[in-house]
Design a protein around this ligand. Structure first.
Ligand SMILES: NC(=O)c1ccc[n+]([C@@H]2O[C@H](COP(=O)([O-])OP(=O)(O)OC[C@H]3O[C@@H](n4cnc5c(N)ncnc54)[C@H](OP(=O)(O)O)[C@@H]3O)[C@@H](O)[C@H]2O)c1
Length: 265
């Protein structure tokens, strides 16, 4: 079966991807991965139980990826699209954030994304097809990847990993007609901030509020960029400007600007 797999599909950007993909008849099945069974089951019920298949697992748990591996082995789907969207971050200094939160951030954002990709790759076949029509991997990084971010340092570093890994993978897989797109959004209006601040902040403020993106629009245009075979997709002009600045302005200057302008969430 031609299948799309989305990690982190129970809310936010992952859910927005799911809602976009439901209208795309190219995918006979859409596997949706996350921990919250109630959310995944409700989405499957709403969007079509035959086609939208909940795969309830914790990616950071050693058994989680085994569940995915076994399901792939049993069903042998033709994976046409893998969206690695599950991710987390905790705001605060390294001194203040708990060791388990630091560990989980690196594990989920880097380790699990890498392993999920490796596990799914044998089921992605670009052989005998053109690159234009080949399978796709879409990895959600962040504009946080562009620069070190004091107060969000582990998250930003983890997203730098996602970007570096995905961009290299793009070159490794192109000869097999498999496309890899790295998406770098700035702030997006989802549950992410609430979780990152342990419910202390629900909405972005200040400069971040001005750039905050709608997850539905982000998902729609990311899928278009992915279909076109784009390697890096930086979403919104504000983040493109930050990307260019990160290449030409000395990092120490940008860190100073961050310190002065971005005290709020
Ligand atoms: N929102 C932003 O401002 C922003 C900006 C740039 C990039 N991003 C990135 O976008 C991606 C999606 O975030 P979002 O904004 O949509 O936030 P979100 O609503 O919190 O979504 C996170 C998703 O990851 C899943 N997840 C978390 N831990 C998991 C685990 N251990 N195993 C399996 N699934 C897990 C969550 O589901 P369960 O809790 O049900 O497991 C949820 O579906 C993340 O990679 C994030 O870093 C977000």
């Amino acid at each position: 079966m031609k299948t799309a797999i989305i990690t982190g599909a129970s809310s936010g950007i992952g859910e927005a991807f799911l809602r976009e993909l439901v209208g795309d008849q190219r995918y006979e099945q859409i596997w949706i991965i996350a921990r919250r069974a109630d959310k995944l089951n409700a989405l499957s019920e709403e969007l079509g139980k035959e086609r939208v298949i909940p795969v309830v697992l914790d990616l950071t748990d050693s058994k989680g990826l085994d569940i995915l591996s076994s399901k792939l082995e049993q069903e042998k789907p033709q994976v046409e699209l893998l969206i690695n969207c599950a991710g987390m971050g905790k705001r605060g200094t390294v001194n203040d954030i708990s060791l388990s939160d630091l560990e989980n951030t690196v594990n989920l954002n880097c380790n699990c994304l890498t392993k999920t990709t490796k596990i799914c790759l044998p089921y992605m076949t670009g052989h005998g097809r053109s690159f234009k029509d080949g399978p796709r991997i879409l990895n959600i990084a962040s504009s946080a990847a562009f620069l070190p971010q004091p107060g969000f340092s582990v998250y930003a570093a983890s997203k730098a990993y996602v970007t570096s890994f995905s961009r290299a993978l793009q070159f490794e897989l192109k000869k097999f007609n498999i496309g890899v797109t790295t998406v770098c959004p700035g702030p997006v209006k989802t549950e992410f901030l609430k979780k990152a601040t342990d419910n202390k902040a629900g909405e972005f403020t200040g400069i971040r509020a001005l750039c905050a993106a709608d997850p539905v629009k982000l998902a729609r245009s990311s899928l278009k960029a992915c279909r076109k075979g784009r390697g890096l997709y930086v979403y919104k002009v504000s983040q493109k400007a930050l990307h260019v600045a990160s290449k030409i302005v000395p990092t120490s200057w940008i860190l100073w600007i961050e310190k002065v302008t971005m005290k709020q969430f």
